[in-house]
Design a protein around this ligand. Structure first.
Ligand code: ADP
Ligand code: MG
Length: 273
């Protein structure tokens, strides 16, 4: 899981800028994601996380800078990029009328895979959904539905997966289920770029965490590195480590997001392929 420094980054973002009219959302974003690792892009609501993910998934054009996925440049080789990755949006793309298995078979057919039923069975097993395979997805719990959604995005085994706020709106038990799923993905060698506004999620999952604030990455490091940015507070005899939340608030301040929220978030698309 820990890659050596000599490996090419799976995702490379250099100087990416993006404005919507006169709203500068991304003002020069830079980071690399090593293959087989989990990278968390942490930022408040409206920070520009979805905008960046959509640029990387070739759904949106950047104004400036470059970005590549597995060496394919998003602007120059969008088809290669789309073949390399899968995107799970903030809003589940599961068809509630179909069963879990039918949802997976449908995606496998759309991707022209050889044995759609076998692909579906394998993913159902990997995501502990075998028992629920023949139930309508509409009857699934929030955690099961999100697991199915992630399973659907893994049809065809993309080496890179983007998860845009994978646990927003889930209850605590379902969040833990999704976290386990994501950890297993990385263990299996998949590169995961995850966006979140939850500090504990980044803390739980990520090999590296980058904080997106006011259009740029203001910090990028391992959890331990970020924690070292703040000196441990000493209370009488007990030394307290700063939590990621304290580090985040110290860096970002508590002035909230810079931009107002859009009327409707556009990231409903599940797959970029
Ligand atoms: N298509 C769009 N047109 C205009 N403004 C947009 C559009 N998409 C996003 N924005 C604005 O860009 C900012 C960042 O949005 P977004 O990337 O969705 O943030 P996040 O995913 O971090 O919550 C917000 O202020 C939002 O209102
Ligand atoms: Mg978003």
């Amino acid at each position: 899981m820990t890659p050596t420094a000599t490996l090419e980054p799976a995702i490379r973002v250099q100087g990416v800028t993006k404005s919507f009219k006169d709203l500068e959302v991304l003002r020069g974003v830079d980071f690399d994601v090593a293959p087989g690792t989990i990278f968390a892009l942490l930022g408040s609501n409206g920070a520009g996380k979805t905008t960046l993910v959509r640029i990387l998934a070739t759904l949106l054009k950047a104004d400036g800078g470059t970005a590549s996925v597995l060496g394919h440049e998003v602007a120059a080789a969008p088809a290669d990029v789309r073949r390399s990755l899968s995107l799970t949006g903030q809003f589940a793309a599961v068809d509630e009328v179909l069963t879990g298995k039918e949802n997976l078979v449908l995606v496998a057919r759309l991707r022209h895979l050889k044995d759609p039923a076998a692909v579906a069975d394998d993913l159902l097993a990997r995501f502990s959904l075998t028992d629920a395979a023949d139930r309508k997805a509409g009857t699934y719990s929030g955690g099961m539905r999100r697991r199915l959604d992630i399973a659907m995005s893994l049809v065809g085994d993309p080496p890179v997966i983007f998860l845009d706020e994978p646990t927003t709106g889930l209850d605590p038990q379902a969040r833990i289920e999704v976290w386990d799923t994501v950890k297993n993905l990385a263990r299996g060698g998949t590169t995961v770029l995850l966006t979140t506004q939850y500090l504990d999620e980044a803390e739980q999952l990520a090999d590296r965490i980058a904080i997106l604030h006011k259009g740029t990455i203001i910090q990028n490091g391992t959890l331990a590195e970020l924690k070292r940015l703040l000196p441990a507070a000493t209370v009488e005899y007990v030394e307290k480590q700063p939590s990621l939340e304290e580090v985040f608030l110290a860096l970002v301040g508590d002035d909230g997001p810079e931009h107002p929220e859009p009327a409707a978030d556009a990231d409903t698309g599940r797959s970029a392929r």
